[in-house]
Design a protein around this ligand. Structure first.
Ligand SMILES: [Mg+2]
Length: 346
């Protein structure tokens, strides 16, 4: 919408200019054109922030916090999405009015490795201050395992096991844990998980072992946008395979789990209705956050976004509050609304 308004404004200026020029001698025309161009460059009558689409949260609530997805929204592979670094920096310039947390399902690398990768892409301390600014489904999973005394058989990458799951008991496993683990999805490892799930299911049927789930999924995304810019398999298909063969149902910890969203919002100390989610996954980021009670959700057309995602066909009719081209437009929109206080209800 912003680009259309900008184009309309520019067309009006161009038409006026041409009409005026047709009545003037050439030298005057050249001088006049030069002056107008300089004035337009200096004054910039159509700044992006003033033309940002209006974001209205449910029940016209004020925006007090933003949850920002990382993979596909800030970067694809090891490349930052154009403008994403400056957009994050801009968000933190509003930190006296707006709380910001990055919320990710990334389960291919540890939190420490993820932060290093983001730093290498240009997201310095002014964009993402430290690890505390990132809430990962991996850390939520660790908490879940410890709280429920679960000892996982891991289908996750070694980097996670060595860092994020350090100290978690893994001898004599009593559950299967699945993340995005390309190096672990072999027949032998999957068959080992199937055999353990079948054994645990048999034990559950013959003993009172409580209601602890035996299959834990860090998340179950079907696919993600890989570093070669093509879609690659996520862990979702492998989780479905284990569910169907072993006859169990996975407990999903990360997005779109409502518990994960509620934990993120409660860490910010705000009401869910005052929070907007920004992400590229119409199911995990948009449907999940809105069904968890967040006030709004912006779908960005980068990462795993595919044409028509915003139409609700993949989300049982749940529609994003706004669909914008990238994190750059999303941040412009959020900052504009925060600055102008376009929503006033607390
Ligand atoms: Mg994403």
């Amino acid at each position: 919408m912003a680009s259309r308004v900008r184009a309309t404004g520019n067309n009006f200026i161009l038409a006026s200019l041409l009409a005026t020029l047709s009545y003037l001698p050439f030298q005057l025309v050249a001088q006049f054109t030069l002056i107008v161009c300089v004035l337009l460059f200096v004054v910039d009558p159509f700044p992006t922030s003033r033309l940002a689409p209006k974001l209205i949260l449910a029940n016209n609530k004020a925006i007090k916090a933003a949850l920002i997805d990382i993979s596909g929204t800030l970067h694809i592979g090891d490349e930052a999405i154009p403008g994403a670094v400056d957009a994050c920096r801009k968000l933190f310039q509003y930190n006296h009015q707006l709380k910001v947390v990055f919320l990710t399902n990334t389960s291919k690398v540890s939190s420490e490795t993820l932060l290093h990768q983001l730093r290498d892409m240009g997201f310095d301390e002014s964009c993402i201050p430290d690890r505390d600014a990132i809430l990962t489904s991996v850390n939520a999973t660790r908490q879940y395992l410890v709280t429920n005394e679960l000892r996982p058989y891991c289908l996750v990458e070694d980097d996670l096991v060595e860092k994020d799951f350090q100290g978690v008991e893994m001898n004599d496993p009593n559950c299967v844990l699945v993340g995005l683990a390309p190096s672990k999805f072999s027949y032998d490892k999957l068959n080992g998980a199937f055999r353990l799930l079948s054994k645990l299911k048999g034990e559950l049927e013959h003993a009172d072992c409580g209601d602890k789930p035996s299959l834990i999924a860090i998340h179950r995304a079907k696919h993600y946008r890989d570093s070669d810019h093509q879609l690659s398999l996520g862990p979702g298909g492998f989780i479905t395979l284990l569910e169907q063969t072993a006859g169990v149902t996975a407990h999903v910890v990360g997005k779109p789990s409502h518990a994960f969203y509620h934990a993120a919002v409660s860490s910010l100390g705000v009401d869910p209705a005052n929070v907007v989610m920004v992400g590229d996954d119409v199911v995990g980021d948009i449907k999940g956050s809105l069904e968890a009670g967040l006030g709004g959700a912006i779908l960005v057309q980068t990462g795993k976004y595919t044409d028509g995602d915003e139409l609700g066909n993949k989300t049982d009719g749940v529609l994003p509050t706004l669909t914008l081209r990238s994190i750059v437009e999303a941040v412009d929109c959020i900052c504009f609304c925060v600055e102008k206080g376009t929503t006033s209800t607390t």
